[in-house]
Design a protein around this ligand. Structure first.
Ligand code: PEP
Length: 237
């Protein structure tokens, strides 16, 4: 995903529109050297064509927030990897905790989504992370969520997102993030790209990006404001 070992910044807009008009948002990103990071915008499906068209002329790439595990067929309301690829989307966020919780997605389904995504040449960003109740046992949770079958793990970008840190303002400590990233690397691949997500903002991005083993950030709320997304990109060491 992306060239070299630049930090990866993913803006997950969820079911929100960013502040202001999209064109203004893109123009703000244009003003600075966002080429110093591998920047990905992940808008809702309805915005994908517009954001993909803008990405053709700009330095960011586009991710979907979800994808179906089949390529086509009688799956009302779903969108496939094939369709995303034809649109020019670079990859998809898979297994976000909000989908695991609200849409009851389990590891088996997530595994199938990873397979079709990779088959279509898209990059899957696999979200993993423990809930507050699982905090003491995070290793077992992460081991289970990263036990994949028939998936070329070298094609997967991992995003460690402790569920208790998402949208709460309660960022995980540097020590915890460092320990988890080292653990994830030991059970995935030494070359894996592993991002952190959970209440990232313009103020904490630099110290999070400086933690050894953190290859980038997955940003929710703070990515809806162009100036704050820009500040996060600029925080790259
Ligand atoms: C997320 O959506 O994955 C996320 C990390 O959200 P936030 O940055 O708002 O905590």
């Amino acid at each position: 995903m992306g060239a070299g070992q630049q930090k990866i910044i993913i803006a997950n807009w969820k079911m929100n529109k960013p502040d202001g008009a999209l064109e203004e948002f893109f123009q703000t990103l244009d003003q600075e050297q966002t080429e110093l990071v591998d920047l990905y915008l992940a808008p809702a499906f309805t915005m994908l064509p517009t954001v993909c068209a803008a990405a053709n002329m700009r330095k960011f790439k586009v991710l979907a927030q979800n994808v179906h595990h089949q390529l086509q067929g009688a799956y009302t309301g779903e969108v496939s990897s094939l369709m995303l690829r034809e649109l020019g989307v670079a990859g998809a966020i898979i297994g976000h905790s909000e989908r695991r919780i609200h849409c009851h997605e389990d590891d088996e389904l997530i595994n199938a989504k990873l397979q079709t995504c990779i088959q279509q040449g898209l990059t899957p960003v696999l979200c993993v992370g423990e809930t507050a109740a699982q905090r003491a046992d995070f290793r077992a949770v992460l081991r289970q969520q990263t036990t994949l079958s028939g998936v070329d793990i070298s094609k997967v970008v991992f995003a460690y997102e402790p569920v208790w840190a998402i949208g709460t303002g309660d960022t995980a400590s540097d020590e915890h993030i460092h320990a988890v990233h080292a653990y994830l690397r030991s059970i995935t691949a030494t070359t894996a790209r592993i991002l952190y997500g959970g209440s990232v903002n313009a103020n904490n991005a630099r110290s999070l990006l400086n933690i050894a083993g953190v290859d980038g950030l997955l940003v929710g709320g703070a990515s809806l404001v162009a100036a704050s997304l820009l500040a996060i990109c600029r925080a790259t060491p």
